[in-house]
Write a protein that binds this ligand. Structure first.
Ligand code: FDP
Length: 336
């Protein structure tokens, strides 16, 4: 028999039904998010054409002024999500402060955090980029408007997280805490259709993904670990292959499906806890993998500020565990 056809809306609705007393608000919220992604996907696919078909002065084929794609993605999400009555506040990697819901719009019980266009240095070279999102329930009730406090919640308290990847096809991968599911956009229908049900990431991979150019600024544990996965111990499956495009969503998505480890270590870290690390940590854990800074589980970190950066070591469970051993051993030997 052929596989059943399930749209993302049907799937979200089925997931929401697992929660007694659900109102349908959550389904409506995620549905608005898929609309934003379809609009961004369309624009990403035309990115190269703007220069060919657009007019001087930054006007595209539709007669609209041309925006940078990351600004376009940011404003599309704000326009689609700010007025649907389900959010009380948003925060984005592209905005310094929290993004209030416009005064005239109804305020809801959810909080949306997002990175509108991750991997944006890849836009000009036609490599995959993505949008990452995370949803929390609000924790304040002083006023209808949400506050900074609603945004500064631990990853463990996310009620949904996921990403859209604009690649050879556009996909949505999400979790509400009941496994991880992937949907592929059929552009002719304008629908995301279930293509990867209940994704499980291999417990060990043979890929490592890291910007090796930073080798000399890594901590001792990371250097030793990377040397280790490159050694010739064939019985351990070494050497691992290096795959790194420098677009987190793309590197993460490949490793999620094939197994592997992505590393962006300290000392300061580059990736943002709230818009990148925490949402992907929820996805990977739900798929059977792990995410750590080397010292602590990403989902347990209490954010101190909106744009807090962390080290991110994420991927197959046994690989992440092995890394943390190297990291901790190096800390101990440095202290001796
Ligand atoms: P970008 O700067 O292109 O937006 O978070 C930003 C990010 O990309 C990630 O998507 C990517 O994994 C990382 O930075 C790449 O950083 P390096 O160029 O330092 O490797």
């Amino acid at each position: 028999m052929l596989n059943k056809i399930t749209t993302v809306q049907q799937h979200i609705l089925d997931e929401e039904r697992l929660h007694p007393g659900a109102t349908g608000d959550f389904t409506a919220l995620l549905t608005s998010l898929t609309l934003s992604a379809k609009i961004i996907s369309r624009e990403v696919n035309q990115a190269g054409l703007v220069k060919i078909l657009g007019e001087t002065g930054g006007v595209n084929v539709h007669g609209e002024s041309v925006q940078k794609l990351d600004e376009f993605a940011q404003s599309t999400i704000c326009r689609a999500m700010g007025h649907n009555g389900h959010l009380c506040v948003m925060a984005s990697e592209e905005s310094e402060n929290i993004i209030p819901i416009p005064g005239e719009s109804k305020k809801g019980k959810y909080v949306l955090m997002f990175d509108p266009l991750d991997g944006s240095s890849n836009i000009d070279v036609n490599a995959s980029i993505g949008t990452i999102f995370s949803i929390h329930r609000r924790v304040t009730n002083h006023s209808p408007d949400g506050r900074l406090e609603d945004c500064l919640q631990k990853g463990i308290d996310q009620i949904a997280a996921g990403y859209f990847i604009y690649g050879s096809s556009t996909m949505m991968v999400y979790t509400t805490g009941h496994g991880v599911h992937g949907f592929t956009l059929d552009p002719s229908l304008g629908e995301f259709l279930l293509s990867h049900e209940n994704i499980r990431t291999p417990s060990r991979g043979r890929i490592y993904s890291i910007n090796e150019g930073n080798y000399h600024s890594w901590d001792q544990g990371t250097r030793r670990y990377v040397n280790y996965v490159k050694d010739q111990q064939k019985e351990k499956g070494h050497p691992y292959s290096l795959r790194y495009i420098g677009s987190l969503v793309a590197d993460f998505h490949r490793n999620l499906l094939k197994g592997g480890i992505f590393l962006y270590p300290g000392p300061k870290g580059k990736l943002r806890l709230l818009y990148e690390a925490a949402p992907l940590a929820m996805v990977v854990e739900q798929a059977g993998g792990a995410a750590s800074t080397g010292e602590e589980r990403i989902l347990d970190i209490q954010p101190a500020s909106l744009h807090q950066k962390v080290s991110l070591i994420i991927g197959s469970r046994d690989d992440v565990k092995e890394y943390t051993q190297f990291f901790k051993e190096a800390l101990v030997s440095a202290a001796d």
